[in-house]
Ligand binder design. Sequence first.
Ligand SMILES: [Fe+2]
Length: 288
Amino acid sequence: MGILVAIVVVAICYIVWQKWELTKFGVTEYEVSSAKLKYPAKAAVIADLHGFSYGRGNQRLLRQVRALSPDAIFIPGDMLVSKYPDTYASAFSTLQELVKIAPVYYSYGNHESRLRDVEAAQHPLFLQYLKEVKGLGVCVLETESLEIPLGGNRAMLSALELDLAYYEKGRVIPLEPGYMERRLPLERPELFQILLAHNPAYAKEYAAWGADAAFCGHNHGGLIRFPGIGSLISPQFTWFPKYDSGKIQLGGCAVIVSRGLGTHTFHIRIFNRAELLSVKFLPTEKTS
Ligand SMILES: [Fe+2]
């Protein structure tokens, strides 16, 4: 009887703690330096919001983004949950406010890609969402590049929409050789190259392609994190995902993986607080 009571008390404490934990997010700051930059700049990165709302109308998240005064807002995918259309409305209302803060650049995660699949049941609703999002002035990127202003600099922003096959559950499928180069030829290599690529499993390929900074999400920090060790599992059921969170320096490329801001299916975050990223871009001296 005593053990049963203890289990019930622990279970209640766990549920209350998780409910509380899932209402919070932190701001994680990063710096990326490059000789290709002339002026400092700042970006906010919002990954894997999944239609989540921090307060009514996402006011707590929006307040924090405003406080950062970013030059740009980058969204590397999964603003919604593909099978829950109510999350489209929440994502839309957040985007509606974000465009008032700074230019918003939005690339697709696996949830958006799934809805772009012509077989997807929710396809018409998603197309309507997409039309309205573009109508707000959000720059929605498929697999493409464009030159953007970034705090006085000119930079190249590229987005990669991976084929859904690369989101297969339980394993990481090697990226087909030349996949990125064929779909996304590197343009203006003299400019600072920013890549929005939802899936961090291919961080090495993003660096080899020529990115100076790549922003990823998808793994939600691995649901459960072990301090000093890392994460347990990715949303694709890959155990101990290699690139789960943080900044990974691969040669000249800083791959920054967000733990994300929302959850879906498994609403668990243990030692794995949601995060908004604040990224400072800093010029460095050219070395010859
Ligand atoms: Fe994802």
